[in-house]
Write a protein that binds this ligand. Structure first.
Ligand code: ADP
Ligand code: MG
Length: 250
């Protein structure tokens, strides 16, 4: 395991978004977002394309040039606003983005060689995610979308201080067999970690256990409720109707 900071698991909640309002290029993209992720909670964030899911994660991680106009993001009670990306990782946030960057000429095994891993400890994860061969390939370079997601989940597992996983569109571009594999893996991981996943298709929910669902539309959280109920409602009525839905926990 690589230690990159302290593990504050157990304090409650791990991640808090308070009235978060965000702009890019003069346009408001996220409006007054309030969300709390408790220690060990599994959260799914539903929203159609362009609703702000990826932006939310990028703002939490400090990626790209988004402007926080109002509100704050806190991890274990500490404001992230003035912190760098690596400080945010040290505080316990792990992120798998919707898009990935390939690195030619470097494999995950090359990176792992620099650390002292107990092979037995990580072998189980390698088997669960079925990535033994992928670790010998250039990082994300010629891997398929689903392969990238599995390798990135594995690299997150090597950082033992990470207590909250932010996983963007984990199921898009992943075949059913591997969605099942990832869900099974995360069900086990979630005994120790908080997890927030975004999805617009909900495919992963057949197998991944989640506690709470939120719906984001036009940059605003418009619903919070039980995942099966919320997904059922979206399927029957579509996202636009979520605004008038009756199941939301106010
Ligand atoms: P989702 O992940 O839910 O599909 P995104 O968070 O990627 O949506 O995008 C939300 C909206 O914000 C989209 O309309 C997108 O075009 C816009 N947006 C995101 N980032 C920027 C940016 N840096 N500059 C301008 N517009 C942006
Ligand atoms: Mg997105």
């Amino acid at each position: 395991m690589i230690k990159v900071g302290t593990n504050n698991l157990g304090s409650d909640p791990t991640l808090v978004l308070k009235n978060l309002t965000v702009e890019a290029e003069g346009k408001t993209i996220l409006r007054n977002i309030n969300l709390k992720v408790k220690s060990g909670e599994r959260v799914v964030l539903f929203g159609p394309n362009g609703s702000g899911k990826s932006t939310l994660f990028k703002v939490i991680m400090g990626l790209d040039d988004y402007k926080i106009k109002k509100g704050d993001i806190e991890v274990d009670g500490k404001s992230l606003k003035k912190r760098s990306i690596d400080e945010r990782v040290k505080l316990g946030l792990g992120y798998v983005g919707q898009k990935s960057v390939g690195i030619k000429g470097v494999t995950v095994e090359n990176l792992m060689d620099q650390y002292d891993f107990e092979y037995e400890n990580i072998k189980k994860t390698i088997d669960q995610l079925n990535i033994d061969e992928l670790l010998k390939r250039d990082i994300n370079y010629t891997l398929s979308g689903g392969e990238v997601k599995r390798v990135e989940l594995f690299t997150l597992s090597l950082l033992d201080n990470i207590h909250t996983y932010l996983l963007d569109e984990l199921d898009s571009g992943v075949d059913l067999e591997n969605i099942g594999r990832i869900a099974k893996y995360l069900n086990e991981v979630s005994k120790e970690k908080s997890i927030v996943i975004t999805t617009h298709s909900g495919a992963i929910l057949k197998e991944l256990k989640v506690d709470t669902a939120y719906v984001i539309l036009n940059g605003e959280i418009i619903c919070k409720g039980k995942p099966e109920k919320v997904w059922d409602c979206i399927n029957k009525q579509g996202y636009e109707k979520c605004l008038n839905c009756e199941i939301a926990e106010k």
